[in-house]
Write a protein that binds this ligand. Structure first.
Ligand SMILES: Cc1cc2nc3c(=O)[nH]c(=O)nc-3n(C[C@H](O)[C@H](O)[C@H](O)COP(=O)(O)O)c2cc1C
Length: 202
């Protein structure tokens, strides 16, 4: 007998959505296969076309391939140790930064992180389309990243992500292995949406 949570999850999983969304996931295991400059530019081109408030596009990215050793080390050094252990194999490492002040309006951009997230969401979809995978990380030290790249002013390091071809996670310890297939779980819709009323749960 399945518990109620699992039962609900299975029911929800039957709702058809784009396979690109359903099948996307974030591995920690990457092969050492490098990415071409063209592939990397495509990812950022996808980010460029995200929507943003007043078309302000407050996202910025710093990237390094493993061959760009100085820049790679500066990004890598900012990660927490847990993330370092698996990122070491990934061919591309990126920091996503949000511009938090609009000089023209002389006003803060309060939702710059949200807008950066939309741009990163586009990269996720584009990466999937190109047979690539990525894993986003907030497990990094933003102050260290600022220091390593001399980032000053109203720029907020928000997220980092690794991109590459999926590798084999067999040698990983249980904490590092990620769930795949049926083992991937989500909250049921009933826990996250409210049908026109905050109190009335769908
Ligand atoms: C904002 C954000 C921060 C994350 N931080 C980390 C991280 O520091 N380390 C890590 O291994 N995974 C991190 N993840 C990956 C999530 O754990 C992963 O997306 C989640 O478990 C759902 O799995 P899925 O992406 O495979 O569906 C992060 C994801 C997001 C969106």
């Amino acid at each position: 007998m399945l518990d109620e949570f699992t039962q609900k999850r299975i029911e929800m999983d039957k709702i058809e959505i784009s396979n690109k969304i359903r099948n996307r996931y974030s591995p920690r295991a990457y092969t050492k296969q490098t990415l071409t400059e063209e592939q990397i530019l495509k990812l950022f081109e996808a980010a460029r076309w995200a929507s943003s408030a007043f078309n302000g596009q407050p996202w910025r990215f710093i990237y390094a391939t493993r061959e760009m050793t100085d820049s790679w080390d500066k990004l890598f050094d900012s990660l927490i140790d847990f993330n370092k252990q698996w990122v070491i194999n990934a061919p591309l490492l990126v920091a996503g930064l949000a511009k938090t002040f609009d000089e023209n309006k002389n006003a803060p951009i309060r939702n710059a992180g949200y807008q950066l997230g939309l741009a990163v969401g586009n990269i996720v979809i584009q990466a999937g389309e190109m047979g690539l995978h990525m894993r986003q990380m907030t497990g990094f030290n933003a102050d260290k990243l600022r220091e390593n790249f001399s980032i000053h002013g109203n720029i907020e390091p928000v997220v980092m992500f690794a991109v590459g071809y999926e590798g084999n996670q067999d040698g990983f310890d249980e904490r590092t292995k990620v769930p795949t297939g049926d083992k991937r779980i989500r909250k049921p819709l009933s826990e996250i949406i409210y049908n026109g009323d905050w109190q009335k749960i769908l």
